[in-house]
Design a protein around this ligand. Sequence first.
Ligand code: GLV
Length: 318
Amino acid sequence: MKVLITREIPERIVEAAKARFDVTFRDEPCVGLTEEEAAVALRDYDAILLTLGDQFSARAFEMAGDIRCKVLANFGVGYNHIDAAAAAAAGVAVTNTPDVLTDATADIGMTLLLATARQAALGDRLVRGGGWKGWGPTQMMGTHVTGKTVGIIGMGRIGQAVAKRCHYGFDMPVIYYNRSAKDAGLPARQVESLATVMAQADFVVVTVPGGAETRHLIDAEALAAMKPEGIFINIARGDVVDEEALIAALAEKRIGAAGLDVYAQEPFVPEALRALDNAVLLPHLGSATLETREAMGQMALDNIIAHAEGRDLPQRVV
Ligand code: GLV
């Protein structure tokens, strides 16, 4: 079987893939396949281990014409860069990597929550810039975290893992907005509307899946419902929030701060956002630990192996 791996992945998975398949490795750590390259890949390979940023759009499937590929094994839980309907219509199965990245991603949510509340990035810049003049009782006062209310938008696996950390680690009351009720195994109150969570929470953490259904779920109106000192954290997908509306709310100090791991047009981050001291900005690090990335790679590879052996694909989503 001819397999394409579209990005640099942990060495252990490279070796495991080579031992099993005729593998082509794209020599690219960060840049994804264009639609044109995705089309060629669909035509040339039996299976593709791909990831975020590879553009398997409806147009890519259309351009591919005669498709050889049977499996798109996505390295990542979110697969909104793959047009699910086009894949299904072309008879291409799609798999993803749930569960193995839940803890790491929730940890990045907490990193951003704490870093925004305590101005950690700004403090780091102050020290590095040589501008720190000494300890002062009123210097760089942040917001207390313990006991504050967290509002979770999207109570799936990652939302529940954030809730667990907030409840057990920081005594935070948990409220959430989700289509259905979820039992996170801890006290968490479902609220009926997005606006209510936005208004009642001191920290809003967004953990919904990306895609057309959630695009701009957090718009100017939702942001306007937040407390003036409220902190907004996004570890989901950039386009879940209207980025311009968020920048305006931060610039005009209508909300306290934002901690972002994701952006509308990655890796582009608007200058207006980069200029704001009340935003902590990470380069999409949610699942970026060696242990997690190895587990994700193994899971993606296992799905391709299952296909090669004629078994059901364990993490099939399309
Ligand atoms: C990363 O963002 C993922 O969806 O796994």
